[in-house]
Design a protein around this ligand. Sequence first.
Ligand code: GLU
Length: 329
Amino acid sequence: MSAPSTAAAGRLAPSPSGRLHIGHARTFLVAWWRARSRQAKLTLRIEDLDAGRCSQEHIDGVLEDLEWLGLDWDGSWRLQSTGLDQMRAQAMDLAARGLAYACTCTRKEIAAAQSAPHGEEGPRYPGTCRGLYKDLDSARRSSGREPALRVLVPEGELHFVDQLHGTRAVNVQETCGDFPLLTRGGEPSYQLAVVVDDARDGVDEVVRGGDLLDVTARQIVLQRLLGYSTPRYAHVPLIVDAQGTRLAKRSAGLTLAELRARGVRPSQLVGAVARISGLPEAQEGRPHDFCAAFDLERIPAGPWWYDTDASSFRRPPYSPPEAWADVPE
Ligand code: GLU
Protein backbone atom coordinates (compact mmCIF):
# COMPACT_ATOMS: atom_id res chain seq x y z
CA MET A 1 0.00 0.00 0.00
CA SER A 2 1.38 3.44 -0.85
CA ALA A 3 2.34 5.84 1.95
CA PRO A 4 -0.50 8.13 3.10
CA SER A 5 -0.34 11.66 1.69
CA THR A 6 -0.19 14.26 4.46
CA ALA A 7 -3.22 16.27 3.31
CA ALA A 8 -5.83 13.53 2.95
CA ALA A 9 -7.19 11.97 6.13
CA GLY A 10 -10.17 9.90 7.10
CA ARG A 11 -11.19 8.23 10.35
CA LEU A 12 -13.02 5.35 11.96
CA ALA A 13 -14.92 6.55 15.04
CA PRO A 14 -16.70 3.70 16.82
CA SER A 15 -18.42 4.17 20.19
CA PRO A 16 -17.60 1.36 22.65
CA SER A 17 -21.10 1.29 24.08
CA GLY A 18 -21.91 -2.22 22.84
CA ARG A 19 -20.59 -4.84 20.44
CA LEU A 20 -20.24 -3.82 16.79
CA HIS A 21 -22.98 -5.16 14.53
CA ILE A 22 -23.33 -5.79 10.84
CA GLY A 23 -24.27 -2.13 10.22
CA HIS A 24 -21.02 -0.93 11.80
CA ALA A 25 -19.11 -3.44 9.70
CA ARG A 26 -20.67 -2.01 6.55
CA THR A 27 -19.90 1.61 7.52
CA PHE A 28 -16.33 0.92 8.62
CA LEU A 29 -15.55 -1.15 5.54
CA VAL A 30 -16.79 1.66 3.28
CA ALA A 31 -14.82 4.26 5.28
CA TRP A 32 -11.72 2.04 5.08
CA TRP A 33 -12.10 1.39 1.33
CA ARG A 34 -12.59 5.07 0.69
CA ALA A 35 -9.55 6.17 2.73
CA ARG A 36 -7.28 3.43 1.42
CA SER A 37 -8.31 3.90 -2.20
CA ARG A 38 -7.55 7.63 -2.09
CA GLN A 39 -4.26 7.07 -0.18
CA ALA A 40 -5.56 9.01 2.83
CA LYS A 41 -4.23 8.63 6.34
CA LEU A 42 -6.77 6.71 8.42
CA THR A 43 -7.03 7.15 12.19
CA LEU A 44 -8.99 5.10 14.71
CA ARG A 45 -10.63 7.16 17.40
CA ILE A 46 -12.66 5.31 20.00
CA GLU A 47 -15.46 7.62 21.11
CA ASP A 48 -15.77 6.81 24.79
CA LEU A 49 -17.31 10.03 26.14
CA ASP A 50 -20.53 8.44 27.34
CA ALA A 51 -19.06 7.08 30.57
CA GLY A 52 -22.33 5.44 31.59
CA ARG A 53 -22.46 3.24 28.49
CA CYS A 54 -18.82 2.77 27.46
CA SER A 55 -16.60 0.14 29.04
CA GLN A 56 -13.17 -1.45 28.70
CA GLU A 57 -14.90 -4.68 27.72
CA HIS A 58 -16.54 -2.93 24.76
CA ILE A 59 -13.27 -1.19 23.79
CA ASP A 60 -11.62 -4.62 23.63
CA GLY A 61 -14.62 -5.91 21.66
CA VAL A 62 -14.43 -3.07 19.10
CA LEU A 63 -10.71 -3.72 18.51
CA GLU A 64 -11.28 -7.46 18.22
CA ASP A 65 -14.12 -6.97 15.72
CA LEU A 66 -12.23 -4.46 13.53
CA GLU A 67 -9.20 -6.74 13.43
CA TRP A 68 -11.38 -9.77 12.66
CA LEU A 69 -12.80 -7.89 9.67
CA GLY A 70 -9.23 -7.26 8.50
CA LEU A 71 -9.28 -3.48 8.97
CA ASP A 72 -6.19 -1.52 9.97
CA TRP A 73 -5.36 2.11 10.63
CA ASP A 74 -2.34 4.42 10.70
CA GLY A 75 -0.56 5.05 14.00
CA SER A 76 -1.95 4.06 17.39
CA TRP A 77 -5.63 4.21 18.07
CA ARG A 78 -6.73 6.88 20.54
CA LEU A 79 -9.49 7.26 23.12
CA GLN A 80 -11.57 10.39 22.60
CA SER A 81 -11.56 11.00 26.37
CA THR A 82 -7.84 11.83 26.21
CA GLY A 83 -8.67 15.14 24.50
CA LEU A 84 -11.21 16.62 26.93
CA ASP A 85 -9.08 19.62 27.94
CA GLN A 86 -8.78 20.86 24.37
CA MET A 87 -12.53 20.48 23.84
CA ARG A 88 -13.32 22.40 27.02
CA ALA A 89 -10.85 25.12 26.03
CA GLN A 90 -12.56 25.54 22.64
CA ALA A 91 -15.97 25.75 24.33
CA MET A 92 -14.73 28.39 26.77
CA ASP A 93 -13.17 30.31 23.92
CA LEU A 94 -16.56 30.49 22.19
CA ALA A 95 -18.11 31.67 25.48
CA ALA A 96 -15.45 34.37 25.85
CA ARG A 97 -16.23 35.54 22.31
CA GLY A 98 -19.97 35.80 23.14
CA LEU A 99 -20.77 32.83 20.88
CA ALA A 100 -21.85 30.48 23.67
CA TYR A 101 -23.81 31.04 26.86
CA ALA A 102 -24.59 29.46 30.21
CA CYS A 103 -27.90 27.63 30.49
CA THR A 104 -29.50 26.54 33.75
CA CYS A 105 -32.63 24.90 32.30
CA THR A 106 -33.40 21.34 33.25
CA ARG A 107 -34.49 18.77 30.63
CA LYS A 108 -38.01 18.92 32.06
CA GLU A 109 -38.18 22.70 31.70
CA ILE A 110 -36.98 22.52 28.10
CA ALA A 111 -39.52 19.85 27.23
CA ALA A 112 -42.30 21.86 28.87
CA ALA A 113 -41.36 25.06 27.00
CA GLN A 114 -41.27 23.35 23.65
CA SER A 115 -44.32 22.44 21.63
CA ALA A 116 -42.47 21.52 18.42
CA PRO A 117 -41.94 17.82 17.72
CA HIS A 118 -38.89 16.32 19.37
CA GLY A 119 -36.05 14.94 17.31
CA GLU A 120 -33.80 12.10 18.38
CA GLU A 121 -31.67 14.51 20.37
CA GLY A 122 -34.65 15.67 22.42
CA PRO A 123 -36.54 18.94 22.10
CA ARG A 124 -35.02 21.90 20.29
CA TYR A 125 -33.84 24.39 22.89
CA PRO A 126 -36.08 27.49 22.87
CA GLY A 127 -33.31 29.91 23.91
CA THR A 128 -34.64 30.62 27.42
CA CYS A 129 -31.23 31.49 28.94
CA ARG A 130 -29.91 33.50 25.96
CA GLY A 131 -28.47 36.76 27.29
CA LEU A 132 -29.42 35.91 30.90
CA TYR A 133 -26.03 35.31 32.53
CA LYS A 134 -22.63 36.93 32.15
CA ASP A 135 -20.76 33.63 32.38
CA LEU A 136 -20.87 30.12 33.85
CA ASP A 137 -19.89 31.32 37.34
CA SER A 138 -22.56 33.96 37.58
CA ALA A 139 -25.14 31.48 36.24
CA ARG A 140 -24.06 29.03 38.96
CA ARG A 141 -24.26 31.67 41.69
CA SER A 142 -27.56 33.21 40.74
CA SER A 143 -29.43 29.99 39.94
CA GLY A 144 -27.86 27.64 42.49
CA ARG A 145 -27.68 25.11 39.66
CA GLU A 146 -24.79 23.66 37.71
CA PRO A 147 -25.02 25.31 34.26
CA ALA A 148 -24.52 23.79 30.82
CA LEU A 149 -22.90 25.77 28.00
CA ARG A 150 -24.85 26.21 24.76
CA VAL A 151 -23.68 27.56 21.44
CA LEU A 152 -25.46 30.63 20.09
CA VAL A 153 -26.57 29.26 16.75
CA PRO A 154 -26.91 31.99 14.12
CA GLU A 155 -30.02 32.56 11.98
CA GLY A 156 -29.92 31.57 8.35
CA GLU A 157 -29.77 28.70 5.93
CA LEU A 158 -26.81 26.38 5.59
CA HIS A 159 -26.09 24.30 2.48
CA PHE A 160 -23.81 21.34 2.35
CA VAL A 161 -23.21 18.53 -0.07
CA ASP A 162 -23.22 14.92 1.02
CA GLN A 163 -21.51 12.74 -1.55
CA LEU A 164 -24.16 10.03 -1.22
CA HIS A 165 -27.25 12.13 -0.48
CA GLY A 166 -26.74 15.25 -2.58
CA THR A 167 -27.20 18.87 -1.50
CA ARG A 168 -28.88 19.54 1.83
CA ALA A 169 -30.40 22.90 2.77
CA VAL A 170 -30.92 23.40 6.49
CA ASN A 171 -32.45 26.29 8.42
CA VAL A 172 -29.97 26.12 11.27
CA GLN A 173 -31.90 27.78 14.10
CA GLU A 174 -35.04 25.80 13.31
CA THR A 175 -33.20 22.50 12.92
CA CYS A 176 -30.47 22.70 15.53
CA GLY A 177 -31.55 25.24 18.15
CA ASP A 178 -28.81 26.37 20.56
CA PHE A 179 -27.34 22.92 21.23
CA PRO A 180 -25.02 22.04 24.17
CA LEU A 181 -21.24 22.30 24.02
CA LEU A 182 -20.73 21.29 27.65
CA THR A 183 -23.20 19.33 29.75
CA ARG A 184 -24.25 20.48 33.20
CA GLY A 185 -21.47 18.29 34.54
CA GLY A 186 -18.93 20.13 32.33
CA GLU A 187 -18.49 17.21 29.91
CA PRO A 188 -18.01 18.02 26.20
CA SER A 189 -21.01 17.12 24.05
CA TYR A 190 -20.77 14.67 21.16
CA GLN A 191 -21.02 17.53 18.60
CA LEU A 192 -18.14 19.47 20.14
CA ALA A 193 -15.99 16.37 20.59
CA VAL A 194 -16.38 15.20 16.99
CA VAL A 195 -15.67 18.64 15.53
CA VAL A 196 -12.58 19.27 17.67
CA ASP A 197 -11.23 15.76 17.06
CA ASP A 198 -11.81 15.79 13.30
CA ALA A 199 -9.95 19.12 13.08
CA ARG A 200 -7.16 17.84 15.34
CA ASP A 201 -6.70 14.76 13.13
CA GLY A 202 -6.81 16.84 9.93
CA VAL A 203 -9.80 14.84 8.66
CA ASP A 204 -10.74 16.18 5.22
CA GLU A 205 -13.48 13.61 4.56
CA VAL A 206 -15.93 12.05 7.00
CA VAL A 207 -17.44 8.71 5.95
CA ARG A 208 -19.91 7.48 8.57
CA GLY A 209 -23.36 6.01 9.18
CA GLY A 210 -26.43 7.58 7.60
CA ASP A 211 -28.00 8.09 11.04
CA LEU A 212 -25.64 11.07 11.50
CA LEU A 213 -26.69 12.95 8.36
CA ASP A 214 -29.09 15.09 10.38
CA VAL A 215 -26.54 16.26 12.95
CA THR A 216 -24.04 17.31 10.29
CA ALA A 217 -25.47 20.85 10.15
CA ARG A 218 -24.68 21.31 13.85
CA GLN A 219 -21.13 20.21 13.27
CA ILE A 220 -20.70 22.57 10.31
CA VAL A 221 -22.02 25.47 12.42
CA LEU A 222 -19.40 24.67 15.06
CA GLN A 223 -16.60 24.28 12.50
CA ARG A 224 -17.36 27.75 11.19
CA LEU A 225 -17.50 29.36 14.63
CA LEU A 226 -14.22 27.69 15.62
CA GLY A 227 -12.51 28.64 12.35
CA TYR A 228 -12.01 25.05 11.17
CA SER A 229 -12.46 23.98 7.59
CA THR A 230 -15.43 21.75 6.80
CA PRO A 231 -14.57 18.24 5.62
CA ARG A 232 -16.40 16.50 2.76
CA TYR A 233 -19.14 14.17 3.98
CA ALA A 234 -20.47 10.80 2.87
CA HIS A 235 -23.19 9.18 4.98
CA VAL A 236 -23.42 5.48 4.25
CA PRO A 237 -26.98 4.08 3.93
CA LEU A 238 -28.00 2.08 6.99
CA ILE A 239 -28.44 -1.63 7.48
CA VAL A 240 -31.89 -2.33 8.89
CA ASP A 241 -33.72 -5.39 10.17
CA ALA A 242 -36.10 -7.48 8.07
CA GLN A 243 -38.97 -5.09 8.81
CA GLY A 244 -36.95 -2.07 7.70
CA THR A 245 -36.25 -0.77 11.22
CA ARG A 246 -32.82 0.63 12.04
CA LEU A 247 -30.56 -1.80 13.93
CA ALA A 248 -30.10 -1.00 17.59
CA LYS A 249 -26.74 -1.43 19.26
CA ARG A 250 -27.53 -4.86 20.61
CA SER A 251 -29.48 -6.24 17.68
CA ALA A 252 -29.96 -9.88 18.53
CA GLY A 253 -27.96 -12.18 16.34
CA LEU A 254 -26.33 -9.50 14.22
CA THR A 255 -23.30 -8.49 16.25
CA LEU A 256 -20.02 -9.49 14.66
CA ALA A 257 -19.25 -11.59 17.73
CA GLU A 258 -22.45 -13.58 17.24
CA LEU A 259 -21.92 -14.01 13.51
CA ARG A 260 -18.36 -15.17 14.19
CA ALA A 261 -19.60 -17.67 16.80
CA ARG A 262 -22.03 -19.06 14.22
CA GLY A 263 -19.13 -19.76 11.88
CA VAL A 264 -19.41 -16.79 9.50
CA ARG A 265 -15.99 -16.07 7.99
CA PRO A 266 -14.77 -12.47 7.73
CA SER A 267 -14.12 -13.02 4.02
CA GLN A 268 -17.80 -13.94 3.52
CA LEU A 269 -18.96 -10.80 5.27
CA VAL A 270 -16.46 -8.55 3.50
CA GLY A 271 -17.55 -9.96 0.12
CA ALA A 272 -21.24 -9.48 0.99
CA VAL A 273 -20.60 -5.86 2.03
CA ALA A 274 -18.61 -5.22 -1.15
CA ARG A 275 -21.57 -6.52 -3.22
CA ILE A 276 -23.90 -3.87 -1.73
CA SER A 277 -21.24 -1.16 -1.91
CA GLY A 278 -20.87 -0.77 -5.65
CA LEU A 279 -19.13 -4.07 -6.45
CA PRO A 280 -22.04 -6.43 -7.28
CA GLU A 281 -19.76 -9.16 -8.66
CA ALA A 282 -17.55 -9.33 -5.55
CA GLN A 283 -16.66 -12.76 -4.14
CA GLU A 284 -15.25 -13.54 -0.70
CA GLY A 285 -12.07 -11.68 0.12
CA ARG A 286 -10.05 -9.49 2.45
CA PRO A 287 -10.82 -5.74 2.58
CA HIS A 288 -7.63 -5.01 0.65
CA ASP A 289 -8.83 -7.13 -2.30
CA PHE A 290 -11.58 -4.61 -3.11
CA CYS A 291 -9.61 -1.37 -2.71
CA ALA A 292 -8.62 -0.88 -6.33
CA ALA A 293 -12.17 -1.37 -7.68
CA PHE A 294 -13.95 0.60 -4.92
CA ASP A 295 -15.75 3.76 -6.00
CA LEU A 296 -17.75 5.77 -3.44
CA GLU A 297 -20.03 7.12 -6.15
CA ARG A 298 -21.19 3.63 -7.11
CA ILE A 299 -22.70 2.87 -3.69
CA PRO A 300 -26.43 2.36 -4.26
CA ALA A 301 -28.83 4.47 -2.20
CA GLY A 302 -31.23 3.01 0.33
CA PRO A 303 -31.09 0.51 3.19
CA TRP A 304 -30.29 -3.22 3.16
CA TRP A 305 -31.20 -6.08 5.41
CA TYR A 306 -28.80 -8.93 6.28
CA ASP A 307 -30.13 -12.44 5.81
CA THR A 308 -28.15 -14.61 8.23
CA ASP A 309 -29.33 -17.85 6.58
CA ALA A 310 -28.01 -16.81 3.17
CA SER A 311 -25.09 -14.75 4.59
CA SER A 312 -25.99 -11.94 2.22
CA PHE A 313 -27.91 -8.70 2.08
CA ARG A 314 -31.40 -8.11 0.68
CA ARG A 315 -33.59 -5.09 0.17
CA PRO A 316 -36.19 -4.59 2.96
CA PRO A 317 -38.91 -5.21 3.75
CA TYR A 318 -38.13 -8.88 3.44
CA SER A 319 -40.64 -10.93 1.49
CA PRO A 320 -40.46 -14.69 2.14
CA PRO A 321 -39.96 -17.02 -0.82
CA GLU A 322 -43.17 -18.42 -2.42
CA ALA A 323 -42.65 -21.85 -0.84
CA TRP A 324 -43.10 -20.35 2.62
CA ALA A 325 -46.57 -19.07 1.94
CA ASP A 326 -48.17 -22.37 2.99
CA VAL A 327 -46.36 -22.75 6.29
CA PRO A 328 -48.94 -22.36 9.10
CA GLU A 329 -48.26 -19.50 11.47
N1 GLU B 1 -19.12 7.45 17.50
C1 GLU B 1 -20.28 7.65 16.65
C2 GLU B 1 -21.06 6.36 16.53
O1 GLU B 1 -20.52 5.29 16.76
C3 GLU B 1 -19.88 8.11 15.27
C4 GLU B 1 -19.48 9.52 15.25
C5 GLU B 1 -19.05 10.03 13.89
O2 GLU B 1 -18.69 9.23 13.03
O3 GLU B 1 -19.06 11.24 13.71
O4 GLU B 1 -22.23 6.41 16.23
